[in-house]
Design a protein around this ligand. Structure first.
Ligand SMILES: [Zn+2]
Length: 69
């Protein structure tokens, strides 16, 4: 089986929420900051960009976990 098929095996196909087309052109000014997808049906654009990370506090050893007091 070609590698691309196994990578996509459990993935869901995505399409344009406007016209339903599933063909896009991909652009970026800086690939680490933002990727822009342009639907080739209706020319709408979508952005894929990182969001700020959120801290997650989890319980460690003992009975206390740090919190806002
Ligand atoms: Zn579209």
């Amino acid at each position: 089986m070609p590698k691309t098929q196994s990578v996509l095996l459990d993935q869901k196909r995505m399409g344009c929420g406007g016209c339903g087309a599933d063909t896009f052109k991909v652009y970026t000014a800086d690939k680490t900051q933002r990727i822009v997808l342009q639907c080739q049906g209706c020319k709408s654009t979508s952005f894929i960009e990182p969001q700020l990370a959120e801290l997650q506090i989890e319980w460690g050893d003992g009975d206390g976990c740090i919190t806002v007091t």
